[in-house]
Design a protein around this ligand. Structure first.
Ligand code: SF4
Length: 101
């Protein structure tokens, strides 16, 4: 029988720390620190990887590639501070900042 976390706390044990293995490592910087309204999906650095079985994963080219799910990013994640406008992206730039060119 597994001991519940609340039982451990009531016994005076500290709460378990989240494993480093569970932390997402695919983002170049903390998501949400970039331009408001932008996402990884609209960033120059996001790219898709297709597995042999046809599954699609998204990665950031500012991070070292690995086949681990821990290095995946989500297209809908809010942009990080390293976000760059993707000139090929078909989605409009919604942050209200005009870009030259
Ligand atoms: S916003 Fe761009 S640079 Fe930042 S993690 Fe997402 S894809 Fe990488």
């Amino acid at each position: 029988m597994a001991i519940e976390q609340t039982e451990l706390l009531s016994l005076g044990y500290p709460p378990p720390r989240p494993s480093k293995r569970d932390e997402p490592r695919g983002y170049a910087a903390q998501p949400g620190t970039g331009p408001k309204g932008e996402t990884c999906g609209s960033c120059l650095h996001s790219y898709r990887v297709e597995s042999g079985s046809g599954k699609v994963f998204w990665k950031c080219d500012l991070r070292r590639f690995s086949r681990s799910a821990a290095s995946d990013i989500r297209k809908k994640s809010p942009a990080c501070s390293k976000w760059e406008h993707d000139p090929v992206d078909s989605k409009p730039n919604t942050n209200g900042i005009e870009t030259a060119g």
